[in-house]
Ligand binder design. Structure first.
Ligand code: MG
Ligand code: MG
Ligand code: MG
Length: 309
């Protein structure tokens, strides 16, 4: 008899790490006979991830509308506010992640979390430690793409030695000659805002958080130059103000990260005080530029959380 299906799934607004880690970890769990694992995704695949899937001729994960009633392995997130809809009525049996832990459950489960640059690093690490498992060129390609994407081609403050070492090994297996060049090619896929409305831009990589009894949201887009996004600042801020209202957020921020110049223009709608306090900089006309800030979880979130609490 076939074992019960367990979906391996990442966060809402799926990114390349969420999608590729789900595919690869499900393949590993299934192959090793640990679980009848099936990769899944919630929401639309972004252009960057689609480029990676096409490049390595990989199938997109199953698209689920709700998690209710399902058994799940969560990858690349653990906070319920970032999980697909229906998480409250699902059974999470395992978590594999590289973010701060904010997960409460009533039963013991498997949790593997390490402060590395991507979940894909942890998936690859598990595969490499397991002598019985052979990483195919396709899986290596998906995983190295996810590492390059999440670490912004090793430029993000989240990058560790482990990420770089593992990416190099995967790059060889996937026959990628120049990792940095390939990484920039991947990042450029999502870098154009043309044809995207403000809502799509804001929600393309958006996460909700809670601190000090307040809810807030931070989105992030990566661009190769700030000009195009700056031209749409008013439109973006208007949409963000609507989101603040609708979601009862104290504020919403959008990090527009310039991957070439390594810094972020931060747009803020709602209460600007936490942001000003966190970075000791004035918000002017709804935005502030932060040099070297490329990572939401390392460069933005910790000072912001401190300012709020
Ligand atoms: Mg992610
Ligand atoms: Mg990640
Ligand atoms: Mg990310």
């Amino acid at each position: 008899m076939e074992k019960e299906i367990v979906y391996v799934i990442g966060h809402k607004s799926p990114d390349t790490d969420t999608v590729c880690s789900a595919i690869a970890y499900a393949a590993y769990l299934k192959k090793m006979g640990k679980l009848n694992a099936v990769p899944a995704v919630f929401g639309d695949i972004n252009p960057e991830t689609q480029f990676v899937l096409d490049y390595f001729k990989a199938k997109a994960p199953v698209k689920l509308e709700s998690m209710a009633g399902q058994k799940l392995v969560l990858v690349d997130h653990n906070e319920k506010s970032q999980s697909p809809d229906g998480i409250e009525e699902a059974k999470v049996i395992e978590i594999l992640d590289h973010h701060k832990i904010n997960f409460i459950c009533s039963e013991p489960i498997i949790v593997c979390a390490e402060p590395v640059g991507s979940t894909a690093t942890l998936v690859a690490k598990k595969m490499m430690a397991d002598k019985k498992f052979k990483i195919t060129p396709q899986l290596a390609g998906l995983l190295v793409s996810a590492i390059l994407s999440d670490t912004v081609v090793f430029k993000s403050a989240t990058t560790t030695k482990t990420d770089i070492e593992i990416a190099k090994k995967l790059g060889v297996k996937a026959k990628i000659k120049n990792l940095k060049k390939f990484g920039i090619e991947i990042k450029k896929q999502k870098a154009s805002l043309k044809g995207l409305d403000a809502k799509k831009i804001i929600y393309s990589d958006f996460k909700a958080f809670e601190a000090g009894g307040k809810k807030f949201g931070i989105g992030q887009i990566e661009v190769v130059e700030l000009k195009e996004a700056k031209e749409r600042k008013i439109e973006l801020l208007e949409k963000m103000a609507e989101i603040v209202q609708k979601e009862s957020f104290s504020f919403a921020a959008l990090m527009i990260t310039d991957i070439m110049n390594e810094g972020s223009e931060i747009l803020i709608a709602g209460d600007i005080e936490p942001m000003e306090k966190a970075f000791n900089k004035k918000v002017v006309n709804g935005s502030v530029y932060l040099e070297k800030a490329m990572s939401r979880k390392k460069d933005i979130l910790p000072p912001l959380m401190k300012a709020i609490e």
